[in-house]
Design a protein around this ligand. Structure first.
Ligand SMILES: C[S@@+](CC[C@H](N)C(=O)[O-])C[C@H]1O[C@@H](n2cnc3c(N)ncnc32)[C@H](O)[C@@H]1O
Length: 184
């Protein structure tokens, strides 16, 4: 952990493996308007603030129900306390914004992506975002909807990134997947 990371409160390191690839991508794209679906405790959001707001202003829209996905409710580990997760998100975002040399405007859309993404479209944000990050629900129909609506909100030649695209988890009712391979 670097000194700059010391005030953050994170309980996971899922995002750390992506930092090298994201650093290259963000240098290349230099996005000013970002949409994130799935913020959890703010690790990816605070990375975006640390990286971009060190050189220019950035606007980030975060969509999360803070109810957790199926992987937070099932799968063997104890259910995650999402109220605490949400509190850590606010703490971590505040920490990142305080440190940033440029303004980071964060708009939080609390709710399911299936209701929040259409709201953004209804607010005429078609083609508004330079960068869209999809890391919300890991269930195939939800990911498909996030992909379609996220693509509508993305500008021409913007970039859309998916996390856990090949994610799957064996559950009592069958294997749950991000990308559907089942026929019904
Ligand atoms: C894997 S975590 C996001 C991790 C975060 N991007 C990071 O790198 O630290 C997934 C998040 O998506 C949220 N989520 C799951 N399904 C959702 C849905 N249908 N709509 C909105 N948020 C959802 C969960 O509450 C959880 O906070």
């Amino acid at each position: 952990m670097t000194a700059a990371e010391a005030d953050y409160i994170f309980t996971n390191n899922w995002f750390d493996a992506h930092k090298a690839a994201w650093s290259q991508l963000l240098n290349q794209l230099n996005p000013g308007r970002i949409l994130e679906v799935g913020s959890y405790e703010g690790k990816s959001t605070s990375y975006l603030i640390d990286t971009i707001a060190s050189r220019k202003s950035v606007e980030i829209h975060c969509i999360d129900s803070w109810e957790g996905g199926i992987e937070h409710k099932t799968g063997g580990s104890a259910a995650t306390d999402m109220t605490e997760v949400e509190a850590r998100f606010h703490h971590n975002i505040k920490t990142a914004r305080c440190r940033a040399s440029h303004e980071a405007t964060i708009t939080i859309h609390k709710g399911l992506s299936s209701t929040q993404l259409p709201k953004l479209l209804a607010e005429s944000k078609q083609g508004y975002f330079d960068f869209v990050y999809i890391d919300g629900s890991h269930q195939a129909p939800d990911v498909l909807l996030d992909a379609i609506l996220g693509f509508e909100l993305l500008r021409t030649q913007g970039i859309i990134v998916f996390d856990d695209y090949l994610w799957q988890e064996p559950l009592p009712g069958g294997t749950d997947r991000s990308m559907s391979q089942d026929s019904h």
